[in-house]
Design a protein around this ligand. Structure first.
Ligand SMILES: *[C@@H]1O[C@H](CO)[C@@H](O)[C@H](O)[C@H]1NC(C)=O
Ligand SMILES: *[C@@H]1O[C@H](CO)[C@@H](O)[C@H](O)[C@H]1NC(C)=O
Ligand SMILES: *[C@@H]1O[C@H](CO)[C@@H](O)[C@H](O)[C@H]1NC(C)=O
Ligand SMILES: *[C@@H]1O[C@H](CO)[C@@H](O)[C@H](O)[C@H]1NC(C)=O
Ligand SMILES: *[C@@H]1O[C@H](CO)[C@@H](O)[C@H](O)[C@H]1NC(C)=O
Length: 276
């Protein structure tokens, strides 16, 4: 752009000087040479002319590029290869900045990830905290209930534990808190008994020490709940409505944060975010 503007300017300037040349030969010849010299000088000293703007390809034109690094491979190379050298680690970190690899991994995850939800009967005395609620969740801790409602209906759920990648423990901390039989003070005991039950009735907890198990909790008492079950806190994946990395009991390398929503009835407020 700048180059073409300058070259038009140059042509005009030199053209005018060329016509004047007929009448004022010597001064205009000098002017012409000066004109050319200035342009010559500028082109060789300024990066204005030589700045190369690489033509960025359209965002999705690279999708045809073969992507061989998939989620499952990442998972396996991450867990099985214990002797990662620095170079590999650095290269793998680039994977997370590559849109195509991300999309492929996402599709792979969507296709292959399987979750086993510990089953509980409708007549279980704690069915109210273990099964998804059959009404629209509301209030501060609604995300916790929505998470379970949506998860159990999703295509990720499998009834065959042997094909599961993860195991979901469906207790609801928020509902236990309001259950007169448990309450806040009874939470640690309940969770401890729950882990005792699943680790004695099923082989999966012991296999990994709970590392492939997860639960969701939106209430801050979740951290009290694990007081008598430190193996949950240190091994299992805690999907929590954490507003901060620094809350105690949140372990960044394995836990995940769940956005907290507060569903409200009626029309959304007609206000821009700054005016709410
Ligand atoms: C991406 O691909 C789609 C479908 O092939 C095409 O319609 C769209 O224009 C492309 N977008 C860009 C930014 O190239
Ligand atoms: C990635 O690996 C290649 C060899 O496979 C190496 O040449 C390159 O330097 C590595 N890149 C980084 C950022 O480590
Ligand atoms: C994930 O998989 C489901 C079931 O196969 C499919 O309905 C859905 O569209 C997929 N989602 C994405 C984002 O690919
Ligand atoms: C543990 O199992 C026992 C016996 O089946 C049952 O009575 C109890 O409610 C269970 N407790 C929890 C917290 O799952
Ligand atoms: C799991 O480990 C505990 C403690 O070591 C043990 O008591 C229990 O029997 C084991 N569960 C199974 C299903 O083997």
């Amino acid at each position: 752009m700048a180059a073409s503007v300058l070259s038009i300017l140059h042509n005009k300037l030199c053209g005018i000087l060329g016509k004047l040349n007929l009448f004022f030969l010597i001064p205009t010849t000098l002017a012409l040479f000066t004109c050319l010299f200035i342009i010559f000088y500028i082109t060789f000293t300024s990066n204005l002319f030589f700045q190369l703007y690489p033509h960025s390809p359209p965002f999705n034109s690279t999708l045809t590029k073969p992507t061989t690094f998939t989620f499952t491979q990442a998972l396996h190379s991450g867990t099985n290869n214990q002797h990662l050298n620095k170079e590999n680690t650095e290269n793998r970190s680039e994977v997370f900045h590559d849109r195509d690899i991300f999309v492929e991994s996402y599709k792979d995850m969507n296709r292959s990830l399987k979750i086993y939800v510990y089953p509980h009967r409708k007549d279980d005395p704690f069915a109210n905290v273990l099964l998804p609620v059959n009404f629209a969740p509301g209030g501060n801790y609604a995300s916790e209930s929505y998470f379970k409602k949506v998860l159990v209906k999703s295509h990720f759920v499998t009834k065959i534990p042997s094909e599961a990648d993860f195991f979901f423990m469906p207790f609801s901390i928020a509902r236990l808190r309001h259950d007169a039989r448990v309450g806040i003070t009874g939470l640690p005991e309940f969770i401890s008994r729950y882990i005792f039950n699943i680790s004695h009735n099923y082989p999966y907890w012991n296999r990994t020490g709970g590392a492939d198990h997860f639960y969701a909790a939106c209430h801050s008492v979740g951290k009290i709940a694990m007081q008598k079950a430190s193996e949950v806190k240190f091994n299992a994946i805690q999907v929590v409505c954490s507003s901060s990395y620094f809350v105690s009991s949140y372990v960044p390398h394995k836990d995940a944060s769940l956005p907290q929503i507060w569903p409200r009835q009626g029309d959304p407020p007609n206000l821009t975010p700054y005016n709410r």
